[in-house]
Structures are given as C-alpha cells and as structure tokens.
Write a protein that binds this ligand. Structure first.
Ligand SMILES: N[C@@H](CCC(=O)N[C@@H](CS)C(=O)NCC(=O)O)C(=O)O
Length: 119
C-alpha cells in the first residue's frame, strides 16, 4: 500500500511538472504588492499530496510566491498540530497585519480564499 501510494505520488508530481499552469502577468508594482501580502501566508503541505498539488497549481496560476512548509518535518508538523489543531494538509497559515493568525484547511476553501484575495 505504501509503495503504491509512493508511485502514485511520483506520477502526480511528474504530471504536475509536465502540465504546469501558466501564471498571470501583472505590472511590477502590482506584483510587488501581492508578493508583500503573500509573505504573510504559508502553506503547510506534503510534496506529493494531490490536494496540496491542486493548491500549489492555483498559487502558480495566480502568480503567488507562496512559501511551503513540509509537514513531514517534525518542526512544521508540530506547528501545524499546535496551531491548526490537526495533522492534515493542505493547511494555509494566514497572518493578519494585527498579528492574528488563521489556519485554513480544505483545498477548495484555500483556493477560493486565494482567488478571492489575489485574482
Ligand atoms: N478534503 C481535504 C483532504 C485532505 C487530505 O486528505 N489530506 C491528506 C494527505 S493527501 C492528509 O493530510 N492526511 C492526514 C495524514 O496523512 O496524516 C482537502 O481537500 O484538503
């Protein structure tokens, strides 16, 4: 089962690399504003998780330099569990300007949030 999951994961990564979505283009100024805002957001994820790939593809389409944190690494895994409450990925950690932190699970909710805020 573990081997099949591993193989499926590699296939997903390969297809993702082969059919990488195009990124939207913005003016330098617009992109700089977006980059600054995205610096407050982190995606807790696994590399080959299909739901995480879906979110990363949406971020690529929207041209968001979304930083990822591998939740298989003990440090990020613990942070995810402590902050979000579950060991489940993808999860978006959103830090507001006031320092308030929101943890958002569910790939579809994350994609809707990114599209609403950055499209
Ligand atoms: N409905 C969720 C499904 C997420 C999901 O099932 N993630 C798996 C990885 S692909 C997970 O985190 N499982 C818990 C674990 O592996 O500990 C979504 O769309 O985000």
């Amino acid at each position: 089962m573990k081997v099949i999951r591993w193989i499926l994961g590699r296939v997903i990564l390969l297809l993702n690399a082969l059919f990488s979505p195009k990124s939207v283009k913005r003016s330098e100024l617009e992109q700089k504003e977006i980059d600054d805002a995205v610096a407050q957001i982190h995606l807790y994820q696994f590399d080959a998780c299909p739901f995480c790939v879906k979110v990363r593809r949406a971020a690529k389409r929207l041209n968001l330099p979304l930083a990822t944190r591998d939740a298989k690494q003990a440090q990020w895994e613990q942070e995810l569990i402590n902050g979000g409450g579950h060991r489940k990925v993808p999860c978006l950690r959103i830090e507001g300007n006031n320092g308030e932190v929101e943890w958002m699970y569910e790939s579809n909710d994350i994609i809707s949030y990114l599209e609403k805020r950055f499209a």
